[in-house]
Design a binder for this molecule. Structure first.
Ligand SMILES: Cc1c2[nH]c(c1CCC(=O)O)Cc1[nH]c(c(CCC(=O)O)c1C)Cc1[nH]c(c(CCC(=O)O)c1C)Cc1[nH]c(c(C)c1CCC(=O)O)C2
Length: 383
């Protein structure tokens, strides 16, 4: 019943986009909610569920981005968040790496983790050469009153749901579509620091100085992130990845007290809400090598690891009930082709072919030669 209502409202918004001239009429014809094109490449989903695969599935974090000349060309004409907010622009960027690299086994919707602080009423700008800036960060717990909560994500972030539905159609079943969100602690960090930070000391200060208010903020974020992920799955995302990119600033104690409970709550809420329409979920907590055992027990089918973690040790820690994802050093793509292929093969040897999704250990760097991506992808598939 809830699902039906949600789908109807997504379709309604697509029709509104059409009448506003944002979509072509041909888009609407192919947009029946229950007739997505049949998936032709299900390696990613099979590996996530622990089923055998013919080849190791591979994709790349930040695969749609500045290392692609076609992205830079597109970006020179459009504002970053304008792309995120315009379904057909987000769709076009999502498809760029898929069109270029036939070896990719997954697409990830073009967006950003910082659309959540925006939905909560905060201003976020993407400044060239700087990265994201939140000009009015949360300074003290009184600032929590500034957040617009509760928030109806199906309204505030409807553009992401529309982009997902449109992209599922435009992919024509070539590969599955991944939806994503930032995890609460990582989002809290940006909201307090006002952007990136080398230490996260302002947001860590909150954890020590205002633990109850920190938990309140984290619980607001947990609720919004859960609704957001449910909405993405209903709109057509076939796997959901949660990015806890700032786990590296916490040690096991702070992580277990503040970040992990939210990560657990999110998988539980999302799975409960989706019921029979559940999709596999991935947790990527960058730098949380100290918590791999706990992460493997936190309700996610896939645990992503960064490049500092040895794959064999990670497997020992997580056991055999989860799929591992990762973890080539993004800088290994600067090596010559032969060395890159060799290092990629060594990595796969350590992970093994079962319950494994190949990726880099973090996002690809903007100055990377796209030809190196092809070497990496081919080395995975030829293994
Ligand atoms: C921490 C984080 C952010 N955003 C994201 C994370 C988690 C993953 C990670 O740890 O890298 C996630 C993200 N951001 C982007 C995607 C798109 C999908 C994809 O992976 O292809 C995804 C999955 C686009 C983007 N997000 C951003 C760009 C580049 C901005 C530009 O085009 O000017 C892209 C393509 C900007 C961004 N957005 C963010 C930062 C710190 C930056 C600046 C750093 C940088 O420039 O790479 C916040």
């Amino acid at each position: 019943m809830g699902l039906k209502k949600n789908l109807t409202s997504v379709t309604f918004r697509l029709i509104k986009s059409l009448s506003a001239g944002r979509l072509q009429s041909t888009d609407l014809h192919t947009m029946g909610q229950h007739d997505f094109p049949e998936l032709k490449n299900d390696r990613l989903l099979k590996a996530a569920k622990g089923e055998a695969v013919d080849k190791i599935p591979v994709w790349i974090m930040r695969q749609a981005g500045r290392y692609l000349p076609e992205f830079r060309e597109f970006r020179s004409k459009h504002d970053f968040f304008k792309i995120c907010q315009t379904p057909e622009l987000a769709c076009e960027i999502t498809l760029q790496p898929i069109d270029r690299f036939p070896e990719l086994d997954a697409s990830i919707i073009f967006s950003d983790i910082l659309v959540i602080p925006q939905a909560l009423g905060m201003t976020v700008e993407m400044r060239p050469g700087v990265g994201p800036v939140l000009p009015e960060p949360l300074v003290s717990p009184e600032d929590l009153a500034r957040l617009k909560f509760p928030v109806d994500v199906s309204k505030e972030l409807s553009y992401v749901m529309e982009a997902i539905t449109l992209t599922r159609h435009k992919l024509r079943g070539r590969v599955p579509l991944i939806g994503f969100s930032g995890a609460p602690w990582t989002l809290m960090g940006y909201m307090i620091e006002g952007g990136g930070s080398k230490t996260m000391s302002k947001s860590k200060k909150w954890l020590y100085e205002h633990p109850a208010e920190s938990k309140k903020l984290l619980s607001i974020l947990t609720s919004v992130v859960s609704d957001y992920l449910v909405g993405q799955a209903k709109a057509g995302a076939q796997l959901l990845q949660v990015f806890e990119s700032n786990a590296e600033y916490l040690g096991p104690e702070l992580f277990n007290e503040f970040a992990l409970p939210c990560i657990r709550d999110i998988s539980e809420k999302v799975k409960r809400e989706l019921g029979d329409d559940k999709v596999p979920m991935t947790i990527f907590a960058k730098g949380a090598h100290y918590s791999l055992e706990e992460l493997a027990q936190s309700g996610y089918e896939v645990v992503g690891i960064d490049w500092t973690v040895d794959p064999s040790l990670a497997r020992l820690k997580v056991g055999s009930n989860v799929t591992l994802q990762g973890n080539l050093d993004p800088c290994a793509l600067y090596a010559d082709n032969e060395q890159l292929a060799q290092r990629t093969h060594q990595m796969v040897d350590k992970f093994g072919k079962q319950r494994y999704i190949a990726n880099l250990g973090h996002g690809i760097y903007p100055d990377m030669d796209p030809a190196k991506v092809e070497v990496f992808l081919k080395a995975i598939h030829s293994h």
